[in-house]
Design a binder for this molecule. Structure first.
Ligand SMILES: C[S@@+](CC[C@H](N)C(=O)[O-])C[C@H]1O[C@@H](n2cnc3c(N)ncnc32)[C@H](O)[C@@H]1O
Length: 264
């Protein structure tokens, strides 16, 4: 039987070479700045980035902190991360291959634990958030950034179905309320919350995952139907100059102290 880790490794081995494509939202400066500028970063901060991928967030944070351990389960993603870190001269960035559910670190080892766009690939997000909470020190910060599902339960099912058609390693995006509950349950209630809509061009989003043509057609047709007044997909499609795009909502949820050390 295929495990969720198998699905993730297979999907992200395919995606790794395209992850730095400037047409994608993943490396968008403004989205990285939104997160980095809200974090308590300082020259002594020991940070951990969970499900770090090719290290978009790790690399944005690294110049402001003492060290960043970048954990991911997919070899090909960490290879890209290593190459990008070397290109950027980031010698305080340490790639670590591990499952987010079993982090090879001691309790309270980090001042800051981050996870961007990892949650919706986990089979058991509650266990993963608890594990992240374990390795951040009591007065440290846990910051999670992820896509949100629509609040309406039926629409959320439709929305997640389209996401999984595009990428079978997508499990489910949580709702805003669920994200808060996950952090509460891990003993790290949200102290700081912001959310924003992120517009994604449809074609590069589907190209990255090499979505099979039949699924691609189903997604495109559903978005076009919605634009013509048909049933909502939860993806909030738009069309400009014949090109389809859609909106995701990204939340940045932080648990931790509000006293922040000066930025490096
Ligand atoms: C959408 S990418 C996000 C990468 C990066 N955080 C970013 O924001 O650009 C999701 C990453 O999560 C990793 N991942 C998924 N499940 C994981 C797990 N259980 N343990 C560690 N990494 C995991 C995948 O390998 C992939 O690199």
């Amino acid at each position: 039987m295929t495990s969720q880790i198998d699905r993730v490794q297979s999907a992200f081995t395919r995606q790794a070479p395209g992850f730095g494509d400037p047409g994608l939202s993943l490396g968008r400066e403004e989205l990285l700045r939104w997160v980095v500028q809200s974090l308590p970063l300082g020259p002594e901060t020991r940070a951990l980035d969970v499900a770090a991928g090719t290290g978009h967030l790790s690399r944005a944070a690294a110049p402001h902190v003492r060290s960043v351990a970048a954990v991911d389960v997919t070899t090909a993603m960490l290879q890209e991360l290593r190459a990008e870190a070397a290109r950027g001269g980031l010698d305080n960035l340490q790639p670590v291959q591990a499952d987010a559910g079993r982090l090879p670190f001691a309790d309270g080892q980090f001042d800051l634990v981050l996870c961007r766009l990892g949650l919706h690939h986990f089979a058991d997000p509650a266990a993963k958030v608890a594990e992240m909470a374990r390795v951040v020190r009591a007065s440290g910060t846990l910051a999670i950034v992820d896509l949100l599902s629509p609040d309406d339960a039926d629409l959320a099912v439709r929305y997640n179905t389209f996401e999984r058609m595009r990428d079978p390693s997508h499990t489910r995006a949580v709702t805003a309320r669920e994200l808060r509950s996950l952090m509460d349950a891990a003993g790290r209630p949200v102290a700081d919350w912001s959310a924003r809509d992120v517009e994604l061009a449809l074609d590069p989003w589907l190209d990255l995952t090499r979505t099979p043509d039949s699924n691609r057609r189903t997604i495109v047709q559903a978005l076009e139907r919605e634009l013509d007044g048909g049933p909502p997909t939860g993806m909030r499609p738009r069309e400009r100059g014949g090109r389809l795009s859609f909106l995701q909502t990204w939340a940045l949820a932080q648990a931790g102290p509000t006293d922040r050390p000066a930025r490096a």
